[in-house]
Design a protein around this ligand. Structure first.
Ligand code: PAF
Length: 282
């Protein structure tokens, strides 16, 4: 496994790489969710590239940029064990040199939900992902469904800019109690941690309602919120029932639909989502 810290160094290594390249973009603090993306990439591509970069432009003021976990030695060991070929681990100066002034602004699916609660977040995500794609020139790039809105925004950007890459969605990996894996779960205190499973329980209640025949989005949303509110310390930020490509809210569920949640638990902000109407559910 080669670890490259510069764009020039990565490009040189990339030139020698065999066959189709798969990119797994991450901010490090790797967990089983990231490793499932690497496995997917490993199965599909001859060369697997992993980027590890805590991207400052996607953090808002008062967010956790300074305390975001950066266990780089552990990450490199996990990457090597998972069969990664190339790691791109640039500094902030390498990605944002003095005078940097170009950003990508996605409208549409970036506008609501995380876009409203974290202003500027998707501008930072879209910009860094576009730059990572330009540097690494993968045939495929792998994103987890955990950040469903991010996945949708990246897909929109790749389509709109005709980027020559296939965006591959990978399923959420969960703890035994349903909590979606996230690098931020380490912030949960032992007392808070069990209540983190409330998000998944609430989403399951949404699925159960749809499976039982409920089609009114407001009713399903209310059922999800009720489960969230039962959990001690969980403060919902939003619960949305959306069309999965536009992320516009639905009034009734007549086709594909996704439920999205953001909630605070203590000082930690958690997000999660499920498909409400996948095959066989309607
Ligand atoms: O999901 C993440 O870890 C980040 O948002 C990403 C896609 C690596 C961009 O910084």
């Amino acid at each position: 496994m080669q670890v490259l810290g510069t764009i020039k160094g990565f490009r040189a290594a990339r030139r020698d790489a065999a066959g189709p390249v798969g990119l797994v973009p991450t901010m490090g603090a790797l967990h089983a969710g990231h490793l499932s993306l690497v496995r997917r990439a490993r199965a599909a591509c001859s060369t697997v590239a992993l980027s590890i970069f805590v991207n400052p432009t996607q953090f808002g003021p008062g967010e956790d940029l300074a305390r975001y976990p950066r266990p780089i030695e552990r990450d490199l060991q996990l990457a090597e064990d998972a069969g990664v070929d190339l790691v791109f681990h640039p500094s902030a100066e390498e990605m944002y040199p003095p005078g940097f002034a170009t950003f990508i602004e996605v409208g549409g699916p970036a506008s609501r939900w995380e876009g409203e609660h974290r202003p500027g977040h998707f501008r930072g995500v879209a910009t860094v992902v576009a730059k990572l794609l330009v540097i690494t020139t993968p045939q495929q790039a792998f994103f987890g469904e955990k950040d469903f809105q991010q996945l949708t925004v990246v897909r929109r950007m790749a389509a709109d800019l005709a980027l020559p890459v296939e965006i591959i969605a990978c399923p959420i990996v969960r703890e035994a109690d349903g909590l979606a894996l996230s690098s931020r779960n380490v912030y949960l205190s032992p007392a808070e941690r069990p209540h983190g499973a409330a998000l998944y329980r609430a989403l399951q209640e949404g699925r159960r309602r749809v499976a039982a025949g409920e089609r009114q989005a407001s009713t399903i949303r209310a059922a999800i919120l009720a489960v969230l509110r039962e959990a001690p310390g969980v403060r919902p930020e939003y619960v949305a029932i959306v069309e999965p490509q536009s992320l516009e809210p639905l009034e009734r569920i007549e086709g594909p639909a996704r439920a999205l949640i953001a909630a605070r638990l203590g000082s930690v902000r958690l997000i999660d989502n499920v498909s409400l109407a996948d095959e066989g559910l309607l």
